[in-house]
Write a protein that binds this ligand. Structure first.
Ligand code: URA
Length: 174
C-alpha cells in the first residue's frame, strides 16, 4: 500500500492477525519499532503486557484478532496524522466486516474516537456500548499503563469484564 506517506518510512506494513472467527477484535493505535521490524502487532513491551492481560482472563493471543488504526509505523512513534488515519481506515473497516466480532475492544484514545469522536477514555473505559450490532468496549491502552503505574489496576479491571460481555452478547442474540 502506498496510500499515505508512512509507506516511505516503514520497514513493512503490519496489517494485524488473528482468526477470522474471533469473538474479540482489539484495536490499538499504530505499530511501534518492534512491530515494524517483525510485521506483527503488539510484540513489544505493550504487547507483552497485552498477552498477560489476555492470559488473566483465560484467553491466548491466538484466540483474538489484534490490529491497529494505522497499519504502518509513524516515524519516531509519533501519533498518526489525521490524513494517515483517513487513508488507512478502509482496511480496518474491512477487517471488522470480515471478522464481525462479538466485541470490539478499543485500546486507548485513537481507536475510541473512530467510533465515538467526542468521547474521552477516562470517562468511557470499562463501559460497554452498542455499535452496529456489536458490543464496543473502550479500554485503556496497555502502553499507557506501562508508563503510568496508576492505570495498571484500571486496565486490569477493564479486562476482567471482557468475558461477561460475551455472555451478554450471546443472550442478546437468543
Ligand atoms: N501499540 C499499538 O498501539 N500497537 C501496536 O501494535 C504496538 C504498540
Amino acid at each position: 500500500c502506498t496510500d499515505c506517506p508512512l509507506a516511505h518510512s516503514r520497514t513493512q506494513a503490519v496489517p494485524g492477525e488473528g482468526p477470522a472467527s474471533a469473538d474479540f477484535l482489539f484495536i490499538g493505535e499504530a505499530p511501534g519499532f518492534n512491530e515494524d521490524q517483525q510485521g506483527k502487532p503488539f510484540v513489544g513491551p505493550a504487547g507483552k503486557f497485552l498477552d498477560q492481560l489476555l492470559r488473566s482472563i483465560d484467553l491466548r493471543r491466538e484466540d483474538v484478532f489484534i490490529t491497529n488504526m494505522v497499519k504502518c509505523r509513524p516515524p519516531g512513534n509519533r501519533d498518526p496524522y489525521p490524513g494517515e488515519l483517513q487513508a488507512c481506515s478502509s482496511y480496518l473497516d474491512r477487517q471488522i466486516e470480515i471478522v464481525r466480532p462479538k466485541v470490539i475492544v478499543t485500546l486507548g484514545r485513537h481507536s475510541l474516537t473512530k467510533f465515538f469522536p467526542r468521547e474521552t477514555i477516562s470517562r468511557s473505559h470499562g463501559k460497554p456500548r452498542r455499535w452496529e450490532g456489536m458490543i464496543l468496549y473502550p479500554s485503556y491502552h496497555p502502553a499507557a499503563a506501562l508508563h503510568q503505574q496508576g492505570l495498571r489496576g484500571a486496565i486490569e479491571e477493564d479486562f476482567r469484564r471482557l468475558p461477561s460481555l460475551l455472555h451478554q452478547s450471546m443472550d442478546d442474540r437468543q
